[in-house]
Design a protein around this ligand. Sequence first.
Ligand SMILES: [Zn+2]
Length: 314
Amino acid sequence: MPICIECRFPVEALYTAYSKADDRSLGKGVRLTQCPRCKRFADKYVEHDFVVLFIDLVLIKPQVYRHLLFNRLGRDDDKFDRSIVRLGILLLLFDVYLTWARIEKLSLPPSSPHHVPPPSSTPTNTSLPPSSHETNTNAAVLQAQPLILQYLFFLFLVVSSTLAFHMPIRLLCSLPPTRIPRIWRGFWKRIVPYYPHPTPLSTALLVSSCTKLFPILLIIWDYDLPSSATAVSWAVIVNNVAALEILMDCGYLRAGVLVGIGAGLRSVIANFVLRAMGLGTGWGDGTAGWGDVDSLVGMVRGVDGWVRRGIENG
Ligand SMILES: [Zn+2]
């Protein structure tokens, strides 16, 4: 049953069509339902197109999330909507590109079997072979393999990290509090919401990850890729928390705990896969972890400077 996107009150229908000859997308012959409780339109987004939806999604408007999760993509049979399957594949392929570009630039850890020790002589002589700094990046190891193998490796990395993100959230939410020992039950209820429908959970996580599509702008403007990838991943996490909170109405703390657990496991799995291949993960060399925060701040400063220049130039 659809709901009012303003106050979550269930409504019979979102609109009434008066004439079949008219086009609903043009808003003719259609009257939006007024919510009996809050007296506002139950779902104004039925008349809006995809661009408006996408902008409001990025702005984290709860109404647009309710429209998508409850009134448009929600199904009674607990299966994924076809458009969500397509969005999931698109996000996966995009993630492969972003992850590939980011991982390639990281340096190899000294413990890696591919690591070349630095020469003992001072690197003042220009006739020396390329410095070990250039050969000690992930790119040097990856490029020794055929392109298709590189692609398959990143596809595997992205699929396993996505599963590692979705699975713990789905499992934790589907665990009934009655199965938890009595002493822990109060604490459990406070940090993990009970929501026994895993498909809407994954739908919410996928819809809220569509900020990942932003780096399509990289094709137009040349950004510093690792820092923009980091900024995008932070924005996606904020969107994920908001989407889970709106879906389950569980408060930001509990949604944040769930996303934190999922994101933590995702980074453990990704680091494990990269380490197993002898590649650098970026942890501990200032390019990830707290370095993420640094690059986020750098990115915000860059955007700020760019906006100021725009204002000064009129
Ligand atoms: Zn209402």
